[in-house]
Structures are given as structure tokens and as C-alpha cells.
Design a protein around this ligand. Structure first.
Ligand SMILES: [Zn+2]
Length: 314
């Protein structure tokens, strides 16, 4: 049997009883603001003012961080192999250890960025959980976090920290804030604020939840909602340059970028498959055929929209 993985974690035990919140960063090794957010929480959350327990894992995927990559050497995406396998490859064993932490907690915040090849709108997301109580708790955690996009997607997506939480009936959100191979201290500040807001919303800090405006609120229960890598795959290997910006509203058929060869002779136009707001955009020009270039949030003006699961979907 393989050596079990011990994730580097720390718990702040409050002076009063309450729920157990788990906050994690570094599921992907090239996402840095989440790691520092976690360390800030350990220094700033005062046990004397805390009801319940806060457990923090700043860097879940240490082998991926050491490689400066999204994944470890086995190239398995930790956000696709949960709940993992204690006898599997290194990433699968990390997933198994993470799943144990999630099951031991009462609620989860999984902090991400878009990684070094992409940028993304700042958002808090959750699954459209079939249990109404869990769903409502997730909605309120995501709204409380305070980012401009709140995005509920279908709960049938497997392999993630959120799917482990879903199966254990634990309220969970994920956060996307940052990306593009940079490190943004302002992103850390927003994340620390957001985590405090969730602690407030869970009754773990005796402070009022501050109201922050949500620009786009989308709940989309259609299959593949939230699966960014499926939308707008590159038609060829080459050099990708977008012609739209993050946050821009596009119409179906609009040209959103080009993939060219090095002389610019072969030029593939990439067009928007639907209407929506650009919420995920590749900023790394070297692409292989099939690489995700762009994803859209299915909304075209500030406000709320909900999509039900389509009948012909299985
Ligand atoms: Zn990530």
C-alpha cells in the first residue's frame, strides 16, 4: 500500500462552538493568490472571536506548485480525480487526503484562479445541489463572498472538491479570482474579505455580512454548464489572439479571435457559439488543437438569469 498523504493544514479552534469551515488553495499549482489568502486567514482570524473551527490548507497540490504547473508529474488534474484513490498515483492520493478533510468539515471554500494561461471574471460558484437546504446555504455563501459574478452550475459534474462535498451534503463554493501568471495582492485582499464574509454568513464571526453588489447572477442547470474547457476549442495548433476582452458581451457568430500559423497565411476564425459575457479567456497565444480559448457566461446584461435542465439531456 502506498504511503498516505498528509496535507499541510492548520486549524484555528474558536472559543465558542459552531460549524467547521475548510478553506483550501493550491488545488492547481499555478494559482497563487489562494495560497496567500489561506496564510493570511491563519494570521488574521482571532480564535477568541471565532465560533467553531476554521481549517486551512494553503497548498493542496504541493507537487504541482513545485513544478509551477497546474498538475503534478502524473498530469492528472486534481479537480477531475476527486475523491481519488489511496492506492493510486500521487495526484489520486492527494485527492483522497483532500476528500477526508472535506468530509470532516461542515462547509468548504475552494479558492482558485484561472491559472497561468487564462484570465477570468471574478466569481463565486456552486453546484445546483438537489437538496434545497444545501443549495440555499451555498447560494448565501457565494453571495456573501462579495465578487461581481455568482454562478450556479449543474451538480452532475464529478471529480472535484465540490462533488465530494455534494455527496457528503456539505455546503461548498469555489472562487475564481486572478490568473494570467501574475500575482495580484488586490486579489488576496478580496479573497480574505470574501472568506470573512462567509464566516459571518455561517455565524462563525459575530459581525454583520456586508452587502456587495452582484453584477451577474446566473443559475444554469443544463448539462456541461460550468465546464469551461468544452466551449470554443481551438480549431488548430497555432498562435491565438483574441479580438474580444474579458467582460465583453458578444453575440452568436461574432468573431472572437483568430488562430494563425507563423506567417499568418493559414488563419482560422473563431466565432462565438452563443450570446454571453466573456468570462474565461486564453491569454497564452501558443495553442494546440482542442485547447479551450474562451468561455461565455450565458447572460447579456446585469441582473439574474436561470436556465433549467433541458428535457432531451440525459
Ligand atoms: Zn484552479
Amino acid at each position: 500500500m502506498a504511503e498516505p498523504i498528509q496535507l499541510q493544514s492548520r486549524t484555528i479552534t474558536g472559543h465558542r462552538p459552531g460549524p467547521h469551515l475548510l478553506v483550501i488553495g493550491g488545488v492547481h499549482g499555478d494559482e497563487f493568490e489562494p495560497m496567500l489568502t489561506c496564510r493570511r486567514l491563519l494570521r488574521e482570524i482571532d480564535a477568541a472571536k471565532l465560533s467553531g473551527r476554521l481549517t486551512v490548507i494553503p497548498c493542496v497540490n504541493e507537487p504541482a506548485f513545485a513544478r509551477c504547473q497546474r498538475t503534478g508529474e502524473d498530469n492528472l488534474d486534481l479537480a477531475r480525480v476527486c475523491p481519488g484513490d489511496v492506492n493510486g498515483s500521487l495526484t489520486q492520493r492527494i485527492a483522497a487526503a483532500l476528500a477526508e478533510h472535506i468530509r470532516a468539515a461542515d462547509a468548504l471554500i475552494d479558492l482558485h484562479t484561472a491559472g497561468h494561461r487564462y484570465r477570468m471574471l471574478q466569481l463565486a460558484g456552486y453546484s445546483l445541489h438537489p437538496d434545497a437546504t444545501v443549495l440555499e446555504r451555498q447560494r448565501s455563501m457565494a453571495r456573501a463572498f462579495g465578487l461581481p459574478v455568482v454562478w450556479g452550475t449543474n451538480a452532475r459534474f464529478n471529480g472535484t472538491s465540490l462533488s465530494v462535498a455534494r455527496d457528503a451534503l456539505k455546503p461548498a463554493i469555489y472562487v475564481e479570482n486572478g490568473g494570467g501568471a501574475t500575482f495580484d495582492p488586490a486579489g488576496v485582499e478580496l479573497n480574505v474579505f470574501g472568506c470573512r464574509q462567509v464566516l459571518r454568513s455561517l455565524g462563525m464571526l459575530d459581525e454583520p455580512v456586508e452587502s456587495r453588489p452582484v453584477r451577474y447572477f446566473v443559475e444554469d442547470d443544463r448539462d456541461h454548464s460550468g465546464h469551461l474547457q468544452r466551449q470554443h476549442p481551438s480549431p488548430a495548433a497555432g498562435f491565438f489572439v483574441a479580438t474580444v476582452a474579458l467582460g465583453e458581451v458578444v453575440t452568436p457568430g461574432q468573431v472572437i479571435g483568430h488562430v494563425t500559423d507563423h506567417l499568418g497565411d493559414a488563419c482560422h476564425e473563431v466565432v462565438a457559439a452563443d450570446a454571453g459575457v466573456v468570462n474565461f479567456l486564453r491569454i497564452f497565444p501558443s495553442v494546440q488543437a482542442g485547447d479551450a480559448l474562451l468561455a461565455l457566461l450565458p447572460i447579456t446584461s446585469p441582473g439574474e438569469v436561470k436556465y433549467k435542465r433541458q428535457k432531451d439531456e440525459v
